[in-house]
Design a protein around this ligand. Structure first.
Ligand SMILES: Nc1nc2c(ncn2[C@@H]2O[C@H](COP(=O)(O)OP(=O)(O)OP(=O)(O)O)[C@@H](O)[C@H]2O)c(=O)[nH]1
Ligand SMILES: [Mg+2]
Length: 249
């Protein structure tokens, strides 16, 4: 599976349905009162952390998500149907950032955790709401509230208990392969590892997750080598292991 840890998506919640202007029509009933129903509420946009995903690659293929609009109100005091919500399924460890890439809107760290990113608009009132003693035939109804449209960034920070750091070729991937069930690519040239990988280390009780990232060289903070792009993936680790090549000068 291809690895992607940053994605921009646009979302739009549903607009509310409009209220209805309608009057009761029945045989032998003169001047039947107003009976226009309310519009339904628009659908919300949610984000939910799910099991079994470890990349945001899906969001390269689908970048727009919109929830359904609410149905308009109808005569005979019928309320419109609410719009269906839409949910973005992301891997555990995904942060949701605002368009400025700074403000954190949500941080999903457990399976099943969800957050609402855009609320659907409320439906408008039908003309039943506007009847009064002085206006028994109101021809007024409200339109539905508009949905919210916004762009957000998804940033994946893998969840590992321990993280491996070190210069390129220090043996990080070899260490991961030797201790866990992961089979990362190992070779004698620097920058073999281009994407972070995780492995589960079996212990007597539960086991823990070990994460391996690319090598860091002097000046990586300024973008040399692969830079510090994937450093966020070891940010949540409780322990960091720094591997040093014992044979190097
Ligand atoms: N002699 C010796 N060689 C090792 C040891 N550990 C790893 N190597 C070799 O060192 C080379 C680099 O190992 P990797 O595990 O790919 O190194 P890495 O830190 O993941 O490197 P990058 O992913 O490029 O940053 C490979 O050719 C390994 O076979 C060790 O303990 N002793
Ligand atoms: Mg490696």
């Amino acid at each position: 599976m291809k690895f992607l840890d940053l994605a921009r998506v646009t979302i739009r919640s549903g607009s509310g349905g409009a209220g209805c202007v309608s009057f009761r029509r029945e045989k032998y009933v003169e001047f039947g009162g107003p009976d226009g129903g309310d519009g339904g509420k628009g659908g919300d946009v949610w984000v939910e952390a799910v099991d079994g995903l470890n990349t945001l690659i899906d969001f390269r293929y689908q970048q727009h998500f919109r929830a359904q609009n609410g149905q308009h109100g109808m005569g005979r005091q019928r309320t419109g149907r609410n719009g269906v919500d839409v949910a973005l399924h992301v891997p555990v460890g995904t942060e949701i950032l605002d368009e400025d890439k700074q403000t954190i809107l949500a941080d999903l760290t457990a399976v099943g955790q969800r957050a609402c990113l855009a609320r659907g608009g409320n439906g408008g009132f039908g003309n039943v709401h506007f009847k009064s003693s002085v206006n028994q035939a109101p021809r007024r109804a409200l339109p539905g509230q508009d949905g919210v449209e916004r762009a957000i960034w998804l940033r994946l920070k893998l969840i590992a208990d321990a993280g491996l750091l070190g210069l390129p070729n220090a043996g990080k991937s070899t260490f991961l392969a030797a201790t866990s069930n992961a089979r990362p690519k190992i070779a004698e040239y620097p920058f073999t590892t281009l994407h972070p990988s995780l492995g589960v280390v079996a212990t007597d009780d539960d086991g823990f997750v070990l994460g391996d990232i690319h090598g860091l060289i002097e000046g990586a903070h300024g973008g040399r080598g692969i830079g510090d792009r994937f450093l966020g993936h070891v940010e949540r680790c409780a322990v960091l292991l720094h591997l040093v090549d014992g044979t190097a000068e």
